[in-house]
Ligand binder design. Structure first.
Ligand SMILES: *Cc1c(COP(=O)(O)O)cnc(C)c1O
Length: 394
């Protein structure tokens, strides 16, 4: 039987996904489901979207042949340079897509949640660009820890709302954003930052990020005369840069998919965020996914050195890729990610985001043939992580 790894008509990837939401949001999500596909496939939307991606974000992002890294790992390694985008990561691709959608749906106000502040900054950026009011929910603890991103969002004109409930981190910020959405369903658009949340968000975000794999296709064709690699490698937090990297290759079994999630201090310790490898099935933020939770369903606070991978679950597409074996998912520990960051910096002169370093750290775990074409997505740049890198400098 032919099996597709794409979402089905009910919003499921295998047993994962769906839309488990308060009744009051039912109509809002229904309207989004009905309209988003038509809008984002329309000529008029695509023209504005691609124009902004080109002139504002700086796309297409380069596909760079990393010569010295290729020699080191015995393969043909290409880096997809999302770190070169405006605001320094892939998140802007999705934020631009969703704000164009919000405008076309007649929404007047934008809300978002953020952990490390990266998605908050991307959302505040596109709200400044479009002149729309923006409130970003952020755990009070994260507000303290991510001071620079908070100031960035404020400078861009967003209101940053510190959330005092629970552990005062991302999960609590998301709960609060959902609460806000329930109170203002008709005029407010909720820009979710990753392939998580209720259907149709995971598929919508994946599609808006799929510009990454669309570019990989034509860039490979241009460089090597065939449009598919042997390996695609990416890191996974909620799953959006990985989804964008693999989107056009999901059902192409010639392409091996290898993903790195945050092992933290190790899967056997309590300080980890490896929800695909050791999580269990539960409902989080409107979706049936693998979650870090206790036996009675309390969310366990995740841990990773990298703030962007520090989410207690993983989106439904990746849960299904993991369970079906379509993707191989490794837990990459803090120290392995740090080492990979220093290595890329010294061999190629590129300082990667700590999140992206979790993808780079997969290279020594894989056995390549010399002629293997390997495409690895560098999801963001490392400027924001400099303090962490300095603390761990050898
Ligand atoms: C947010 C972030 C991630 C993790 O999010 P995904 O949705 O899994 O891509 C990875 N890399 C960078 C640079 C980020 O900012």
């Amino acid at each position: 039987m032919y099996m597709s790894y794409h979402v089905d008509e009910n919003g499921f990837y295998g047993e994962f996904g769906g839309a488990y939401i308060p009744e009051i949001l039912h109509g809002t999500l229904e309207a989004l489901r009905e309209q988003y596909q038509k809008i984002i496939d329309s000529e008029e939307f695509l023209q504005e979207y691609y124009q902004l991606l080109r002139d504002y974000v700086g796309r297409p992002s380069p596909l760079y042949f990393a010569k010295r890294m290729s020699e080191k790992y015995g393969c043909q390694l290409y880096l997809k340079r999302e770190d070169l985008n405006h605001t320094g990561a892939h998140k802007i691709n999705n934020a631009i897509g969703q704000i164009l959608l919000a405008k076309r749906m007649g929404k007047k106000r934008i809300i978002a949640e953020t952990g490390a502040g990266q998605h908050g900054v991307a959302t505040a950026t596109v709200c400044a660009l479009m002149g729309m009011p923006c409130r970003v929910y952020m755990g009070a603890l994260d507000v303290e820890r991510q001071h620079i991103n908070v100031e960035r969002m404020k400078m861009l004109g967003a209101e940053v709302f510190p959330v005092q409930s629970g552990n005062k981190t991302l999960k609590d910020a998301t709960n609060e954003a959902i609460r806000d959405w329930c109170c203002h369903p008709s005029d407010t658009f909720y820009i979710i930052g990753s392939t998580v949340g209720p259907h149709p968000y995971p598929e919508m975000v994946a599609k808006l990020q799929s510009v990454i794999s669309k570019e990989i296709k034509f860039q490979l064709q241009e460089k090597i005369g065939r449009d598919w690699p042997d390996y695609l490698i990416a890191c996974v937090g909620g799953g959006s840069n990985a989804a964008g990297t693999i989107y056009h290759y999901l059902d192409d079994e010639r392409v091996k998919l290898v993903l790195g999630e945050a092992g933290g201090k190790g899967m056997e310790t309590e300080m980890t965020a490896a929800s695909l490898n050791i999580g269990t099935v539960g409902i989080l933020h409107g979706s049936r996914i693998k979650v870090m939770q206790t036996d009675d369903g309390q969310i366990i606070e995740p841990y990773s050195i990298s703030a962007g991978l520090d989410y207690p679950g993983t989106g439904p597409m990746h849960c299904n890729l993991f369970e079906t074996g379509r993707a191989k998912v490794y837990a990459v520990n803090d120290d392995e990610a740090l080492q990979a960051a220093f290595e890329l910096t010294r061999l190629e002169g590129i300082i990667p985001a700590l999140e992206s370093s979790h993808a780079l750290a997969l290279l020594p775990k894989l056995q390549f043939k010399k002629e293997d074409i390997v495409v690895l997505t560098v999801s963001g740049r490392g400027d924001k992580d400099l303090a962490t890198y300095l603390k761990h400098k050898k």
